[in-house]
Design a protein around this ligand. Structure first.
Ligand code: DP6
Length: 360
């Protein structure tokens, strides 16, 4: 027999960034973070997990290609889910699995991203959240979403936030065992659904410094990181929660841009410095560098001239710009501006990733 389950999980975009771990093995962060989970139709991972007594080992395929499962992070998630597995019975199929039997059963995992291949966007958050959720379903795990988020966290920090839709907060927690470092939903996906997220794809290349090693270097060398984690983020998180609750776009946009800029300031404060908004190894280094800066100055100027923010920008550990518009009308205007300044003839620099193209 074979037992199978399929799940789908979207990626999330942090508006208050997670950057820095206080425990590397358990993936415990130095500050809380807040994100918005995207619509699953556009940027998500779909994962099928199968379990069978005839499988001799655990195996995994990503986008059709087999990948090694030996990495500690997948193993941590597998181990944590297996620990919580329960008895399972399907009389019709004659399947009867006792909780202790799950340890002996191997899994096959096939995961696909629906990210356009040119997107160059992080997919680990969606992939690991989906893996944990689907594995939990098949192994009859009954733990709540908070507990599942703490397992996904051990795969990749940002993955814990993708367990929920809508606006999500990852509470850093205080305990050494990480049991209180979980994600909670601040508001579901129907709340503030006027917001439109546009991702301007600047480079599809793999980032040069992974988030994991970049944040390790920042923790070890950046004095600004300590100040940010202890002094800035706690009050910023409270203000962001208020802004989300009250649909207060002005505060939301200001906080989002400020936090992205501070995160990149921490990267520059790291030794050696990390430049995520450009890509030093690449041919079109200058163009890519300038594009990030130009997008920021375009948005800053526009917001300034209107007297109130129209659009927020945020950049993760790479040069692609995530732009958040207050509504469809502003999003359409923004897209026209982007297409005017960065005309799409130049494929590398101006292929915009937009889920709902009808917005134009
Ligand atoms: C800049 O979750 O990819 O996107 O926990 O080491 O797997 P690991 O790092 P990861 O870091 C994401 C960093 C970020 C900000 C964020 O998503 O909050």
């Amino acid at each position: 027999w074979v037992l199978m389950a399929t799940g789908r999980s979207p990626t999330n975009i942090a508006v208050i960034k997670y950057w820095g771990k206080r425990d590397e093995a358990l993936i415990l962060p130095v500050n809380d973070s807040i994100s918005v989970t995207l619509d699953p139709d556009h940027l998500s991972a779909t994962t099928t997990v199968a379990v069978s007594p005839s499988f001799p080992s655990d195996r995994m395929w990503l986008n059709g290609k087999e990948i090694s499962l030996s990495g500690g992070r997948f193993q941590s998630c597998l181990r944590e889910i297996r620990k919580r597995a329960r008895d399972f019975e399907d009389e019709k199929k004659g399947i009867n699995i006792k909780r202790e039997d799950w340890e002996k059963l191997h899994v096959h995992i096939a995961s696909y991203n629906n990210f356009p291949t040119a997107a160059g966007l992080a997919s680990s958050a969606a992939g690991l959240a989906c893996f944990v959720f689907t594995l939990g379903k098949i192994m009859n795990v009954k733990e709540d979403y908070g507990e599942l988020s703490s397992i996904a966290r051990q795969g990749s920090g940002s993955a814990c936030r993708s367990i929920y839709g809508g606006f999500v907060k990852w509470c850093m927690g205080k305990k050494d065992d990480g049991s209180d470092s979980i994600a909670v939903q601040l508001a579901d996906e129907t709340h503030w659904n006027d917001l439109v997220i546009i991702i301007a794809v600047v480079s599809s290349k793999q980032k040069e410094t992974s988030s994991t090693s970049g944040m390790r270097d920042s923790v070890e060398t950046s004095p600004l990181l300590q100040y940010r984690a202890q002094t800035v983020v706690p009050s910023r998180v409270l203000k962001m929660e208020e802004a989300i609750k009250n649909h207060d776009f002005e505060s939301f946009a200001k906080l989002t841009c400020a936090d992205s800029n501070q995160f990149h300031a921490v990267c520059l404060d790291t030794s050696p410095p990390i430049f995520y908004m450009n890509d030093t190894s690449h041919r079109y280094v200058l163009a890519v560098h300038w594009l990030g800066i130009l997008i920021i100055s375009l948005v800053e100027k526009w917001n300034h001239s209107e007297g109130t923010p129209q659009v927020a920008y945020t950049f993760d550990a790479g040069p692609n710009a995530v732009l958040i518009a207050q509504n469809r009308k502003t999003a359409a205007l923004l897209l026209r501006k982007l297409l005017y300044y960065f005309p799409p003839e130049d494929k590398d620099l101006s292929s915009y990733l937009v889920g709902d193209k009808s917005i134009l």
